[in-house]
Ligand binder design. Structure first.
Ligand code: SF4
Length: 368
């Protein structure tokens, strides 16, 4: 049976491996393009958020290539992610695609439903095969995240533009080809070695401008949705740290009820879980300020309520913690050129503040 799933950064490599281990024929989702977005936008409700539209476009492209089953997962809390699966399925059926869809909720939320869906998804595979497949998938996700973090640290230092990207892509290929947990670990070691071999400038990373990224998960993880923000900032000589990776998301939002530590930090400003990662965005901005970051970029799909709520608190937070925050609202009208110009201007502002020695009071404010 041919199966497909959404494209979200590097995670497709791990999900392909999961599907293959369970005897499926994976239809690899193409990295989203303008065509994907156009297709998704054409058939989505006008005010759907951009992740919904891109994912719908990705499904249509996978179905065009023969996918028979789509698998995906939904979020928790009061936001539209909860309706994604249902709505996507109805739209696809109305378009004449007779596909099956399995939409997983976090297991703690509806354990019986989760278990039922895993049974449906595993088909005739034994539980031992399922455990083996999950272990392999998890190991791939861990290694993929390590490689990505390493590439973020090296990119602002690369001597030849594009060399980190080339090393990163060759490392991803190694992980993709690995077929056992041991091979994945070895691929990770080799991948890191390839990245470390990239010629870099002799600059102390502590001297670099540091920018944190917060916001909705899909636009954080999918480079097409965020206009390759991390790469652009890296090329501007900025050390980027993203708050979300699939493995920390799995630990806090799938296997637990959320990131309690970050919720506690956000609590004085936003005591409620507003869905998505709205509350996390607040806590993480404070965390970045406490850790000496020079600025933060908040990624917010246009019409995303959790991030709109967070954005309403950002100006006072930014003043109090003396950390500039740039919010990028993203929809299908947003253009890469405009985003890049805004990022360049933001980085200029941060450099000028740094020269003047502004924004140093967060340590006093946090009491550390
Ligand atoms: S978090 Fe925002 S963008 Fe994501 S599904 Fe919810 S409303 Fe849409």
């Amino acid at each position: 049976m041919k199966v497909s799933y959404p494209h979200m950064g590097t995670s497709a490599i791990a999900f392909r491996s999961l599907c293959r281990s369970l005897g499926y024929e994976p239809i690899e989702p193409n990295p989203p393009t303008q065509r994907t977005l156009t297709l998704g936008t054409r058939y989505s409700p006008e005010f759907a958020c951009i992740p919904f539209k891109i994912v719908l476009g990705t499904y249509i492209e996978a179905l065009e290539r023969g996918a028979e089953l789509l698998i995906s997962g939904g979020g928790k809390g009061p936001c539209r992610a909860g309706y994604y699966g249902e709505l996507h399925q109805r739209i696809l059926n109305d378009l004449g695609y007779d596909c099956e869809m399995i939409f997983f909720w976090p297991p703690l939320r509806t354990p019986a439903d989760f278990f039922r869906k895993v049974r449906r998804f595993k088909r005739s595979a034994s539980w031992l095969q399922v455990l083996w497949a999950l272990r392999l998938t998890w190991q791939k996700l861990l290694v993929l995240d390590d490689l990505e973090m390493k590439s973020h640290r090296l990119r602002p230092l690369e001597l030849r533009r594009g060399s980190v990207r080339a090393a990163f892509e060759s490392a991803l290929k190694l992980v993709d080809e690995a077929e056992t947990v041991e091979e994945v670990r070895e691929a990770g070691r080799m991948g890191l070695a390839r990245l470390e071999a990239v010629p870099v400038a002799d600059i102390d990373p502590d001297d670099l401008l540091k920018v944190g990224v917060v916001g909705e998960i899909y636009v954080q993880l999918e480079p097409f949705a965020n206009f390759h923000l991390e790469e652009k900032l890296g090329e501007l000589g900025v050390l980027v740290k993203r708050s979300l990776f699939l493995t920390n998301f799995a630990r806090t939002d799938i296997l637990r009820w959320g990131d309690e530590d970050i919720a506690q930090v956000a609590e004085p400003y936003l005591p409620e879980n507003v869905g998505g990662h709205g509350q996390n965005s607040i806590g993480e901005i404070i965390d970045y300020a406490r850790n000496g970051y020079h600025g933060v970029v908040q990624l917010a799909p246009f019409s995303c309520i959790p991030e709109i709520v967070a954005k309403s608190i950002v100006p006072s937070l930014s003043r109090e913690w003396e950390i500039p925050v740039m919010t990028l609202f993203i929809d299908e009208q947003t253009g890469r050129g405009g985003v890049e110009t805004r990022l360049e201007a933001f980085v200029d502002l941060l450099r000028s503040r740094r020269r003047k020695g502004e924004g140093k009071t967060h340590a006093r404010l946090s009491g550390s």
